[in-house]
Design a protein around this ligand. Structure first.
Ligand SMILES: [Zn+2]
Length: 281
């Protein structure tokens, strides 16, 4: 018995040493404040301080008015400080260990939207509601290796059944980015530059005609995606002007879906309303 205890103790010490060794050569950084070492001991993506601050930041649930959004939009926090750092680290530094934090925020936003709309009463108890993430461009998916809105939406969906009874949620990846020149009204080639660098008007025109309905794998056998009558909520990571939401709304509505609203993790305040110290780029 003693020898088993000794072996277990040796194993625990060995694992601890391995952790220390990994920390020495590849330290884990907090995705928001970049601290490492003691603040990150026993933690994964965020130090305790940033984790608490992010939790508080994503409790700021509001229905957001966006310039171009044609439907109600809910968001869980403002795009600033820890929330902005986390979204940037997730999207640009492939910190996929942040998914659990960001998906919790989106789930809150979705529940808030459903409550504000009275969705259980409108759609009926047990109704199916489809969560449609806004797709990333092909270049972004190639660069990042994943589509941020899809990742967060899928993870948020797993949190929803226990938090919002009465309506069943399903993720439906119904949208896809169109190739330049595909379709009849594609204007995407006219406006160049990253989304962040573009002004509101340019961002809107860039998005027009940029999305289409995804064709399922069995479309060759006549199994097309039928969206008619489906109750949909558009999901995104960051809501800025509502240009992406407007395009997703147009495509889904034209396909016969009933889009009741949109939910995002964060909302961007108009720059004119912000003091310069709060702008994070
Ligand atoms: Zn931190």
């Amino acid at each position: 018995m003693k020898s088993i205890d000794a072996l277990a103790g040796w194993g625990a010490r060995g694992a601890h040493s391995l952790d220390e060794l990994a920390e020495l050569f590849a330290p884990r950084f907090c995705a928001a404040c970049r601290s490492y070492g003691e603040p990150m001991r026993g933690r994964r993506a965020l130090c305790l301080r940033c984790s608490r601050l992010l939790n508080i930041a994503t409790l700021n649930l509001v229905m957001t008015e966006l310039t171009y959004a044609p439907c109600p939009v809910a968001s869980s926090g403002e795009y600033e400080y820890e929330l902005a750092h986390c979204l940037l680290s997730f999207k640009n530094a492939a910190r996929t260990d942040l998914v659990s934090y960001l998906s919790s925020a989106l789930a809150r936003s979705l529940v808030f939207l459903c409550q504000e709309l009275g969705l259980a009463q409108i759609a009926g108890k047990g109704a199916s509601v489809y969560l449609v993430p806004i797709p990333s461009s092909r270049q972004s998916v190639r660069r990042r290796g994943f589509a941020p809105a899809s990742e967060i939406t899928r993870a948020a969906n797993k949190l929803l059944p226990s938090t919002y009874p009465g309506v069943s949620f399903t993720v439906l990846e119904a949208l896809r980015p169109l190739y330049a020149g595909e379709g009849t009204e594609v204007l995407t080639g006219r406006v160049k530059g990253s989304q962040k660098q573009l002004g509101q008007q340019a961002r809107y025109w860039r998005m027009q005609g940029s999305l289409g309905v995804r064709q399922p794998a069995l479309s060759w056998a006549g199994r097309y995606l039928d969206l008619s009558g489906r109750v949909c909520i558009i999901c995104d990571d960051v809501a800025t002007t509502g240009a992406s939401i407007a395009e997703a709304y147009r495509v889904l509505s034209e396909a016969g879906a009933c889009v009741v609203g949109a939910a995002a993790v964060a909302r961007v305040q108009r720059r004119s309303e912000l003091p310069s110290s709060r702008i994070i780029s």
